[in-house]
Design a protein around this ligand. Structure first.
Ligand SMILES: C=C(O[C@H]1C=CC=C(C(=O)O)[C@@H]1O)C(=O)O
Length: 372
């Protein structure tokens, strides 16, 4: 048992630092109210999650204690073991996901869209309650960079009691330290291989893949466009580099700038750039409409998780490689960018590789679902 520890505490674990928010002084289901509380000094910090669709409720908390440490998160005491797996169900099925991708590719060919991210989920049923910090501990231990997050979703209101968003995202939406702002968008993916020679070959192929570089470019263009009015001296790496997670390789581009107005906070910037085409698409509105039509609400998957303090500093991660956890259930999500020429089977396999982050940490055997 975790005694004397806030089992619903917010945690963001990063390679360089961890942020922990315990207790709850105030809850906000709208980011505007959180921004006002930070600006008027009534909140020292705000932590939590933004949904994919910003017209839906967010889940932000003013914690009673807010701790920043210069190292990745480690559980303060032993966490309970995760319960055994009873079953797992894909939503939609792999066949339906491929059908949706084929329909999106047809819309891209017709010139209605240039890029759109298609996502699916797996709902895992367990024999007992999933401790959110127990799952977080498993994720952080399996992630060589030490990435992980856990956010209480109950501030989003009715229906979200006992819901948490738990994940290990490699993608930083925005980080603000004083006037410095940085983003590290990821898009373009290749699965890792247990064979080191094949693994390196896959990374090299990804770096030179015209399709993946094209898919990645939409995200960089969007961020450049959104950040240029806010920043002076915006620096965007000329070409993407290859970034490793335990399950996949990604293309990533570092972007840095200096805020023209020091009153603009990390949360302001996150709200200004979210959702990027790493989770949405291009053109922006048409892609969001296509996602709504094919998937319905994504809830907090593909939103953002992070923190912002009263100085405006903070960090927000894109909430991918995550699951919504409620009681004995966890619903894990993964998506992938669809562009002209995307192959539905390869895209399905890509989401299976991404889903392994969560399914592996939960202990779901790989043969429990077709190919996931
Ligand atoms: C939308 C997801 O990943 C994004 C981040 C990195 C690579 C991506 C891709 O190659 O499609 C996605 O844009 C997800 O993992 O659910």
């Amino acid at each position: 048992m975790l005694t004397g520890v806030d089992r619903s505490a917010f945690v963001l674990s990063r390679p360089h630092r961890s942020v922990i928010g315990e207790g709850r002084l105030a809850l906000f289901d709208h980011p505007g109210a959180a921004l006002r509380a930070l600006a008027d000094g009534s909140a020292r910090a705000v932590v939590g999650a933004l949904p994919f669709d910003l017209s839906e409720p967010c889940a932000l908390t003013v914690p009673a204690t807010f701790t920043v440490r210069d190292a990745r998160w480690r559980p303060p005491v032993a966490v309970p073991p995760l319960p055994s797996i009873v079953g797992a169900r894909e939503e939609p099925s792999g066949a339906e996901h491929m059908r949706r991708i084929a329909a999106l590719v047809a819309r891209i060919d017709a010139g209605e869209l240039a890029k759109v991210v298609a996502a699916r989920s797996v709902e895992v049923a367990c024999a007992g309650r999933i401790d959110p910090h127990g799952l977080l501990a498993a994720l952080v231990a399996r992630d060589h960079a030490g990435n992980g997050f856990c956010a209480d979703l109950s501030p989003a209101g009715p229906g979200m009691e006992d819901a948490f968003l738990v994940g290990a995202s490699p993608e930083s939406l925005v980080r603000r330290d004083g006037r410095s702002v940085s983003c590290w968008p990821l898009a373009g993916t290749a699965p890792r291989s247990p064979d080191p020679v094949v693994d390196v070959q896959r990374a090299e192929e990804l770096a030179s893949s015209a399709k993946n570089v094209h898919e990645h470019g939409f995200v960089v263009d969007w961020l450049r466009e959104r950040l240029a009015p806010l920043c002076s001296g915006l620096r965007v790496e000329a070409r993407p580099s290859v970034v490793a997670t335990p399950q996949v390789w990604h293309l990533g581009t570092r972007i840095e700038g200096t805020l023209r107005d020091p009153a603009i906070s990390a949360l302001d910037v996150a709200l200004h750039v979210h959702p990027t085409p790493a989770v949405g698409g291009t053109p922006h509105e048409a892609a969001l409409e296509a996602i709504r039509a094919s998937e319905g609400s994504r809830g907090f998957y593909a939103g953002a998780v992070g923190w912002c303090d009263s100085r405006g500093d903070g960090e927000w991660m894109v909430s991918i490689r995550c699951a919504e956890v409620r009681g004995d259930r966890a619903r894990a999500f993964a998506g992938g960018g669809i562009v002209a020429g995307s192959d539905p089977r390869a895209e399905l396999d890509e989401t299976s590789a991404k889903l392994r982050t969560l399914l592996g940490a939960l202990g779901v055997p790989s043969d429990m679902l077709g190919g996931v």
